[in-house]
Structure formats: structure tokens, C-alpha cells
Ligand binder design. Structure first.
Ligand code: HEM
Length: 495
């Protein structure tokens, strides 16, 4: 039997006691108690979990495993105060601090006391929503520096009594595990920076072009003008998510490399694609809402048959531009849905390739077409560009068009190299067929030899004739190319 005590009565302690309550069975061999300094006597239970509340000294005395569900900075005082009773126990560090002196690694690593980093990545509110009847397990990470089985004991406790799915990670990641809970992740941070910088630059450009140069009233800045920066940012973000994949594929064509062979920048760009895509989707959503709010001839006369009327039907520009806009937007929503873990995890590789391949490219193509259709006519009239600033339909499509162009280069190169590849593979197929024939003939020869030996014929003669037949049949195959001849001679040796 393993006696476990949770020190602390905060959210994490409550969550673990709840897990124990809904998962632990009598035959698990585990027994759980909760304690803290101010519990005077036995008898009470911890909320509705039915886990007994025990006075601190008693609880520590008979515990095998001590889960320290107290703040990192409290460890500095708790450990020295109870070191004599704790020294033979397995301690569990649940702190999220990576400051020296606020985790067990920095406090007791060299003392020989066994400890495991665990449970710090559990969200208490999420855990409390778990039910005994639920099918899903929460995943948690743990690690330990020692080899005397402490990790195994805590892992079994987590799996059997708390119903958790445990991922054990190497000890080098101890700090990373603590730190991970205090950051939103570098992929998000970098993507947010990229999108924010893009938005600030495009907003500045839009305000300059429309409010300053074109004389739009400043009260149009929040929606009419900002909408332009918002959709420009969305389109740029979508294009940037596609760019690293194309560069990687083009480089694969020439260097037949794998992830490891890519430059650091390319690897980094590949890792932030999903985050960039989700942020771009947010910008697209805002663009659609803002656009729908303004969708009338007074704001967007160029999309209507009669721009001066209160109500007018759309003209060909409006209908075609929004046809591509709506299809493109819906494709992007599918991409967004597929990025949800609950959906993405159940997708096959082929489904994944389809959605993040042809569908993603079609979405980018349609989004770009939506803008080109509405704006390309006005590009030539440079004299009318306010303050000499090119229209946003032009500036916003430069990066997407470059990315689409690179994709076309990749497709063309793949096709051309495929032609050479298929020639090379035909040559290889021929060689393989010849090799198979040689092996077949060789084995027939062996069989004949075997039969000869069995029937008592003179074995030397048979062996000689076998060799010569093999050689002549080999030569028989060697009349096509010089290459094949060499290959055949090599194979003959092998056979
Ligand atoms: C793939 C999805 C889409 C992308 C990437 C996208 C992007 C863009 C871009 C870059 C512009 C040019 C802004 C300018 O020249 O000022 C634009 C304009 C516009 N888009 Fe979209 N858009 C998308 C979908 C939609 C949808 C679904 C709607 C419908 C509500 C829409 C409504 C508009 C409107 C009304 C304009 C004109 C804005 C203006 O001139 O101020 N867009 N869009």
C-alpha cells in the first residue's frame, strides 16, 4: 500500500483529491490524505471528495509520497522545517516557478532526497469538470532525476488513482516544464508580433492614404479605413503561412534533405504556421463583420450597378469579387477547424495533405482574386493615386502573388524533375527485372545441381556446367547498354 499525502488545500490539492475521488478503486493499493499546518485533528474530509484531512505531523509521519501542492516560495521554509521526516519520502514538486530556491531541483537535488516533478501542468478548473463517467483522460507530464523507482511510484499513482495519462519526459526538461505554464509559448508570441507589426504598418498606410491624402473624415478611421488594414493583414498572414512550406519543398527538390537539414529560420517559420493562420483567421472574421456593416452603395459604390441609389443590385465586379471572397473565407474556416486538436488528431495523412495542400492554396488564390477583381482596373491610373500612394488592392496582393508564384515554380520544378525521375526509375525497373531473372536462373541452377548430387552423378562436372550456364545466360542479358552489363556482372558475382 502506498500512502500519499497532499500538502496544501488550494486549487491543485482540490483538483487532485477530486480526481482521486472519481478514479481510485479499492484495489489500487493507494491511500490519499490531505494536510496543512492548521488542521488540528482528524475526522474532517476535504470538501465533497471524501479524502480525509489529517494534522500535518501525523500525515507526514506515515506518508510514502508527499505531494507539495504549495506555492514555490513556500517550499523554502517548508522543506527545512520538516527535512527530518521528509528525507525518506518521495516528494512531488508541483511548483510553476523557475526561480532558484522555489522548486525542489534547486533546493534538494544534491541531498539524496527523492523527488519527482509532476502535476504542475494541470488546470484545476478543467480537472474539476472531469466526471467519473467521462471517457477522456487529462494528460500530464512528469520527470525525475533519480533512478530508484520514485518516478514509477508517482506515475502509477497518477494513472491508477488520479486517472491521468502520464507522459514521462527526460530530466533535462525540468525547468522547461515549470516555465511552460508561465508563458503563452514562443510560437504565439512571435506570431502575435508579426501580425501586430503588419497591422500597425498597414493601418498607418491606410490612414495616410485615405484620411490624410484622400480627405476621408477621421471618424471613418475606426471601421471604413481600419477595415482595409485588417483585411490587408489577414491576407498577408495567410500568405506567410504558406511561404515556409513552399521554400522547404523547393529546397527538398535540390537537396533531398529532411527537417534537420533546414536552416534555423526555415524551421522556425514552419513551426509558427498554425499560430499565424489562426491569427489571420481572426483578422478575416473582423474584416467580414466590418465589411457587412458597411455593405451599401454609399460606402462601396464600385460594387453596385447604381452607386448613387439607396438600394441597388451588385455589378459584375461586386458579384465576382464576393463570390471568390465567400468561397475563400469558407475554405479558411475549414482550415481553422482542422487545426482544432479534437479534429486534427483524427485526420489521416491524406486528409491532412488535402486540407493544408490544395484547399489552402485555393483559399489563398480565391482571397487574392477577390482583391484583384475589385482593384486591378484602378492600378494603371497612377495620376489618381492619392499622394502617389498605390492602392491597397495592389500593395496587399504583392506578397500573396509572390507566394503563389513560388508555388507555381515548385509545381513546375517537381514536374520537370519527375520526368527525369520517371526515366531513372524505368532504368532502375529494367535493372531490377534483370537482377530478378539472374537470381531465378541461379536458383534453378542450384536446384539442378542438388538433383544431380542426389542421383549420384559426378558432382564436379555438374558444378562446372552449372557455372558456365549461369555465365552464358548472364551474357545473354547483357546486350542492351553498357550500364546494364556492369550491373549484371556485379550481380553474377553475388549470385
Ligand atoms: C479569403 C477571404 C478574404 C480576404 C483574404 C480578403 C481580403 C481583402 C483585401 C486585402 C481587401 C482590399 C482592401 C482595400 O483595397 O481597401 C478586401 C476588400 C474588401 N473585402 Fe475582403 N477579403 C476576404 C473575404 C471577404 C468577404 C467574405 C467579404 C464579405 C463580407 C469581404 C468584403 C470586402 C469588402 C467590402 C472589401 C472592400 C473594402 C474597401 O474597399 O474598403 N471580403 N478584402
Amino acid at each position: 500500500m502506498v500512502n500519499t499525502v497532499i500538502v496544501g488545500t488550494g486549487d491543485l490539492a482540490y483538483a487532485l483529491a477530486h480526481l482521486y475521488h472519481i478514479n481510485n478503486t479499492a484495489d489500487s493499493g493507494h491511500f490519499l490524505e490531505v494536510t496543512k499546518a492548521s488542521i488540528p485533528q482528524k475526522g474532517a474530509t476535504f470538501h465533497e471528495t471524501l479524502v480525509p484531512l489529517i494534522p500535518l505531523d501525523d500525515a507526514l509521519e506515515h506518508a510514502d509520497v508527499v505531494i507539495l501542492a504549495i506555492p514555490g516560495n513556500a517550499l523554502k521554509t517548508f522543506i527545512p522545517a520538516h527535512v527530518m521526516v521528509l528525507k525518506d519520502k518521495i516528494l512531488v514538486d508541483c511548483s510553476n516557478s523557475d526561480r532558484n530556491g522555489e522548486d525542489l531541483d534547486s533546493l534538494i537535488r544534491s541531498t539524496g532526497i527523492r523527488f519527482v516533478k509532476a502535476f504542475n501542468d494541470l488546470g484545476a478548473v478543467d480537472i474539476l469538470a472531469n466526471k467519473a463517467t467521462g471517457k477522456k483522460k487529462s494528460v500530464t507530464k512528469m520527470c525525475s532525476s533519480e533512478t530508484k523507482g520514485a518516478l514509477e511510484v508517482v506515475r502509477r499513482l497518477a494513472e491508477q488513482s488520479f486517472g491521468l495519462d502520464v507522459k514521462v519526459v527526460p530530466y533535462e526538461h525540468y525547468r522547461e516544464i515549470s516555465r511552460a505554464q508561465n508563458t503563452i509559448g514562443k510560437e504565439w508570441i512571435h506570431s502575435i508580433y508579426i501580425m501586430l507589426i503588419t497591422f500597425v504598418l498597414t493601418e498607418f498606410y491606410a490612414a495616410w492614404r485615405y484620411n490624410v491624402e484622400k480627405g476621408y473624415a477621421w471618424f471613418h478611421l475606426p471601421i471604413q479605413v481600419t477595415n482595409k488594414a485588417i483585411c490587408w493583414t489577414a491576407l498577408t498572414g495567410f500568405a506567410l503561412t504558406q511561404l515556409p512550406g513552399v521554400i522547404a519543398r523547393i529546397s527538398n527538390l535540390f537537396r533531398s534533405t529532411n527537417l534537420n537539414g533546414y536552416s534555423r529560420t526555415l524551421k522556425w517559420a514552419l513551426t509558427i504556421r498554425k499560430n499565424l493562420g489562426i491569427l489571420s483567421l481572426w483578422f478575416l472574421g473582423v474584416h467580414i463583420i466590418m465589411s457587412l456593416l458597411l455593405m451599401n452603395p454609399a460606402y462601396y459604390g464600385k460594387f453596385y450597378v447604381d452607386p448613387t441609389a439607396n438600394h441597388s443590385k451588385m455589378n459584375v465586379t461586386g458579384e465576382t469579387s464576393f463570390f471568390f471572397a465567400i468561397l475563400g473565407a469558407m475554405f479558411y474556416f475549414i482550415l481553422g477547424l482542422a487545426s482544432l486538436p479534437s479534429i486534427g488528431a483524427n485526420m489521416t495523412n491524406a486528409q491532412w495533405q488535402l486540407i493544408y495542400g490544395p484547399l489552402a492554396w485555393t483559399a489563398l488564390l480565391f482571397g487574392t482574386s477577390h482583391v484583384l477583381i475589385m482593384g486591378v482596373k484602378g492600378w494603371a491610373d497612377q495620376g489618381k493615386w492619392p499622394g502617389g500612394l498605390p492602392p491597397i488592392t495592389l500593395t496587399s496582393t504583392l506578397i500573396p502573388m509572390l507566394v503563389i508564384f513560388l508555388k507555381q515554380v515548385e509545381v513546375a520544378l517537381t514536374f520537370v524533375m519527375g520526368l527525369f525521375g520517371s526515366h531513372a526509375s524505368k532504368v532502375k525497373d529494367n535493372e531490377l527485372n534483370q537482377i530478378r531473372s539472374l537470381i531465378y536462373e541461379g536458383s534453378m541452377q542450384m536446384q539442378q545441381q542438388g538433383k544431380g548430387n542426389e542421383s549420384g552423378n559426378e558432382s564436379d562436372d555438374t558444378h562446372e556446367s552449372g557455372d558456365s550456364q549461369l555465365t552464358s545466360s548472364t551474357v545473354g542479358f547483357n546486350h542492351t547498354t553498357g550500364d546494364v552489363e556492369t550491373q549484371a556482372a556485379y550481380v553474377e558475382d553475388k549470385v
